[in-house]
Design a protein. Structure first.
Length: 279
């Protein structure tokens, strides 16, 4: 009986959690500009700025800027490097990577790739000449035209269908890790290789979802060049993760605290039912 009552009040806790979530967001954006910029410096919008080209992929870069591991050198992107400094973040196919080196004319840059990043993403499949989506971290002056993207890829997905739909292209993807389908919702946001796109359909039973790539975007992102069987990096919408965590924290706290309003309400309802049965 107690579990049924808990389940009954889950919607109330859910609403409270959402309010807490948005309250935290409002506080964040009312903070002094210096603190806000610190937050934004590791955030992206999912609006790809340019398509760069992989000039070198080193599996063991023992130079001072290679970190004694995998490094990638990317060129044909001078238009986004003018104000970038060493240590800045650049989203590369949706992965937040740190700039470790420039050439003299700032026409190319190098990034190191950690083992965990290689496990989570498809960056290990990159080869010389491969195109990559690039976006600098946002500043407090940049309009958030896409959605909040961290550059922390959750998993990869395989293209299982690609077909034209008028002047657009419809894609269907199948996730490698099925648990992330729970965060993908119809008409919600999703970042695919770092590009902010809108979900047009979700099929949880097949662990698949679909998007529509409009004509304008086909020239701006690398997805249009990919075919069935190719993989993409996936970052689900952060909002869903935050809300899930808030619900979990609130529900756990209410259940574990015997003096919580929820436990008191449940106790009173149980007591009332017991008295009715006794009569």
């Amino acid at each position: 009986m107690q579990k049924k009552i808990y389940d009954r009040f889950r919607p109330i806790i859910f609403v409270i959690s959402i309010l807490n979530f948005f309250e935290n967001y409002i506080i964040l954006f009312l903070t002094p500009s210096s603190k806000l910029q610190l937050f934004l410096s590791t955030m992206f919008t999912g609006l790809v700025e340019t398509i760069g080209t992989v000039l070198d992929y080193s599996k063991h870069d023992d130079s001072s800027t290679g970190g004694d591991g995998v490094s990638i050198t990317i060129g044909n992107c001078s238009e986004i490097l003018e104000d970038v400094k060493l240590g800045d973040s650049i989203s590369t196919n949706g992965v937040c990577l740190t700039v470790t080196e420039f050439n003299l004319g700032k026409t190319l840059f190098k990034v190191g790739v950690a083992p965990e990043t290689l496990r989570r993403t498809n960056l290990g499949d990159l080869k010389h000449g491969a195109p990559v989506n690039l976006e600098r971290a946002v500043t407090s002056e940049v309009r958030l035209g896409g959605h909040i993207v961290q550059g922390h890829v959750d998993t990869i997905a395989k293209i299982v269908d690609k077909k034209p739909d008028g002047n657009a292209i419809a894609y269907t993807f199948e996730l490698r890790d099925k648990e992330f389908i729970n965060y993908i919702v119809h008409k919600g946001f999703i970042a695919i290789d770092g590009a902010s796109l809108t979900v047009t359909n979700v099929d949880p039973s097949k662990v698949q979802f679909s998007i529509m790539l409009i004509s304008y975007s086909q020239e701006k992102v690398i997805l249009a060049k990919k075919e069935v069987g190719d993989t993409v990096n996936i970052e689900v919408d952060l909002t869903g993760k935050f809300i899930e965590k808030q619900v979990e924290i609130n529900l756990t706290g209410q259940i574990e605290n015997s003096d919580s309003p929820l436990n008191k309400l449940i106790s009173s309802l149980v007591e009332k039912k017991v008295k009715e049965y006794i009569k």
